[in-house]
Design a protein around this ligand. Structure first.
Ligand code: CO
Length: 134
């Protein structure tokens, strides 16, 4: 059901510093910075060719990553994203198996303008999983 690893998302306390780190120290291509008010995050993408790193920074006072950054002051891996062909089919299959989808179980448009869903970390080895329909 899951296909490629689309991205690994890292929550960061300082987006400019994180972009500089990936660009200047690690020599990667950092593509763009995008505000996603609906998701409460500002993101920048590190393009690695075979996958991406999504640098996540809080947008607004109700950002879902604020509590994560309070617990992990220097940042950390927040979620991983797998591609699926049909997100509603994937959701139905997971719900049938008792897995929990976070929030409303209707897919929302994610950072790439494609439908996404998040799965509960307690059901997946402590890892927050995002599914993105490609
Ligand atoms: Co993501």
């Amino acid at each position: 059901m899951i296909k490629k690893l689309n991205h690994v998302a890292i929550a960061v306390p300082d987006l400019d510093a994180a972009i500089k780190l990936y660009k200047d120290v690690l020599g990667a291509d950092v593509t763009r910075v995008v505000d996603l008010p609906a998701h409460g995050v500002t993101v920048a993408f590190v393009d690695l060719g075979n996958t991406k790193i999504e640098l996540l920074y809080p947008f607004g006072d109700n950002s879902p990553i604020l509590s994560y950054l309070h617990k992990n002051a220097s940042g950390g891996i927040h979620h991983i994203c797998f591609e699926v062909e049909d997100i509603k089919e994937a959701r139905d299959r997971l719900l049938e198996r008792g897995m929990r989808v976070i929030g409303k179980s209707e897919p929302a448009l994610g950072a790439h303008g494609k439908p996404v869903l998040f799965l509960h970390p307690k059901d997946f080895c402590g890892t927050l999983i995002e599914l993105e329909q490609i």
